[in-house]
Design a protein around this ligand. Structure first.
Ligand code: OAD
Length: 278
């Protein structure tokens, strides 16, 4: 590893201040979950009938809830069969090392960070989680696990749907607990304020596997940048966060995969923190 990066990581661990990791689909690519905009990506391949930007919208859900549920249950099946990789596990190590100084902001709806062992308290799932649903008419804000009765057992079974999930409280149609394209971020479901407030305390931001196509991640990175925090971009390809890291006084670009790079970053941070880890 670049010796200046090593020094910056050691210093940020030894000094006070928040350390935030912002993840995107790239971290789960090595767990076998397609990204959105890569060659095999969900948004590139799309569905048989609808373009993704039509499919993942409230407008489509209100007209064709069954179609939208099929699509999300198919993706849920893919996520349930996937396992967290060494990149996810390295972030569990960072949380153990840093405790309340650590925040994980993830755009991923696959739930793999929580399955790997990051805590709910320190993980902000800003695009929701495919494993959950909530009332489509918002009778309240409760979020419920998707019942096993509607879960696909095999990939192809995910395309058949016997009954649409219902809100356990009022019986209305339930909806996937994910941010749709024609919806806005909020705190109650998508941790908007918590993510911005973590960014305002952040001295080191590690951005992993995201193309920077959505709004809140860009706001988070810009806030850290403007306050003089260090930005480290982990991605085999270039992206807007790499550009920000390049313009950042102490920024770094780690051009590699999440599963390869994150354990190295953890190793250095753990050395500086005098932590043996587990
Ligand atoms: P994208 O598919 O847009 O970008 C994936 C990024 O991961 C790219 O920059 C790749 O270069 C990088 N990548 C690929 N393999 C990697 C690996 N092994 N290690 C590290 N990086 C790797 O996915 P996101 O940026 O996550 O939102 O997409 C952001 C949001 O756009 C998604 O959460 C989704 C989508 O619309 C909603 O649905 C609300």
């Amino acid at each position: 590893m670049n010796s200046s990066l090593r020094t910056v990581l050691e210093e940020t661990v030894r000094n006070p201040g928040g350390i935030t990791v912002l993840t995107g689909a790239g971290i789960s690519a090595e767990s076998g979950i397609p990204t959105f905009r890569g060659p095999e990506g969900y948004w590139t391949v799309g569905s048989a009938v609808y373009r993704p930007e039509e499919m993942a919208t409230w407008a489509m859900f209100s007209r064709k809830p069954e179609e939208v549920w099929r699509w999300y249950l198919y993706r849920l099946g893919v996520c349930r069969r996937a396992e967290p990789n060494t990149g996810h596990r390295a972030l569990v190590g960072m949380e153990h090392l840093l405790g309340e100084r650590f925040t994980l902001i993830t755009q991923n709806v696959d739930g793999l960070h929580l399955r790997a062992g990051n805590s709910r308290e320190r993980t902000l799932e800003i695009h929701g989680n495919l494993n959950f649903m909530r009332c489509a008419v918002a009778c309240d804000d409760a979020v419920y696990p998707i019942p096993d009765t509607v879960l696909p057992t095999r990939e192809e079974e995910g395309l058949r749907l016997s009954a649409l999930p219902r809100c356990p409280r009022c019986g209305a149609l339930a909806r996937p607990h994910v941010l749709l394209f024609d919806e806005c971020y909020n705190e109650i479901h998508y941790h908007l304020d918590s993510a911005l407030s973590a960014a305002a305390q952040t001295t080191l931001l590690i951005v992993v596997g995201t193309s920077g196509a959505t709004n809140l991640p860009n706001q988070v990175a810009r806030l850290v940048f403007q306050r003089g925090g260090v930005i480290v971009d982990v991605n085999p390809n270039t992206n807007p966060f790499a550009e920000l890291a390049r313009r950042n006084e102490q920024g770094f670009i780690c051009q590699g995969t999440a599963a390869a790079v994150l354990p190295e970053l953890l190793h250095v941070m753990a050395g500086a923190g005098g932590w043996s880890g587990s």
